[in-house]
Design a protein. Structure first.
Length: 237
């Protein structure tokens, strides 16, 4: 079991697919900025020792003033400059950890609808296996196509999962994996892929269909609908 977990939140995207001048992580969702929802869940979870937020270099002061202080997010110990890629932002967050924890939780800042149960489950699983990710089984038929969009193969959907965050790893595994990624110029879309390349096992914990990643304008519309549904159910956000 991990007795000490630090959360690293990559939120350095510029939101080019969203359009407009405001990065997606700061857009309003209901009554709060999108980024705040997941930060509040982690803030209120005893298992999380501290939070390191990785944002665009130009937004450091803005985040302290508009995100951290107004919403009482005092577990955020540092706001650091992110990088061009998601993995660079995570690596910068890891470098800011001063007191080595047992585990590191990595969560996309633009996935607002996590809950405490989900976070506890993935931390517990990683505490046993060393690495765990939240994911959803795929129910649709999935096909592999070539560059001409000609179907090459129908994949076995019972073997396929759509990966989400949070993802939790042993601290030493994740640091080692990012060091090797820099050395060998590996480029990946999530931290689990780095751990896989190192040959370590990664377990899967079932997540939620509500745990969407907001990247396009339509996603924000879906987010508002999810928020309304959760509020009508009396869920504490």
């Amino acid at each position: 079991m991990f007795s000490s977990v630090v959360a690293v939140i990559p939120a350095a995207g510029l939101g080019t697919r969203m359009g407009g001048n405001t990065p997606k992580q700061y857009l309003s969702l209901g009554v709060m900025p999108l980024l705040v929802y997941s930060l509040r869940v982690l803030q209120n979870l005893d298992r999380i020792r501290e939070i390191i937020l990785s944002v665009p270099a130009s937004d450091l002061e803005y985040c302290w003033r508009e995100i951290v202080k107004p919403f009482g997010l005092d577990k955020i110990s540092q706001v650091v400059a992110g990088g061009l890629r998601r993995q660079d932002s995570v690596r910068n967050g890891l470098a800011a950890i001063s007191d080595r924890p047992d585990g590191v939780l990595v969560h996309d800042g633009v996935r607002p609808f996590i809950d405490q149960c989900m976070v506890r489950n993935v931390i517990d699983c990683a505490g046993i296996t060393g690495a765990a990710v939240v994911a959803m089984p795929i129910h649709d038929t999935v096909k592999r196509v070539d560059v001409s969009r000609i179907i090459q193969e129908t994949l076995k959907r019972e073997e396929l999962w759509q990966i989400q965050t949070p993802q939790v790893f042993r601290y030493d595994w994740l640091v080692e994996a990012h060091q090797q990624a820099q050395l060998h110029q590996w480029e990946v879309t999530d931290d689990a892929a780095l751990i896989e390349r190192m040959g370590y096992p990664v377990s899967v914990v079932e997540g939620s269909c509500f745990n969407i990643k907001v990247t396009k304008p339509d996603d924000l519309v879906f987010g508002e609908a999810i928020l309304d549904s959760l509020e009508r159910r009396g869920c504490n956000l």
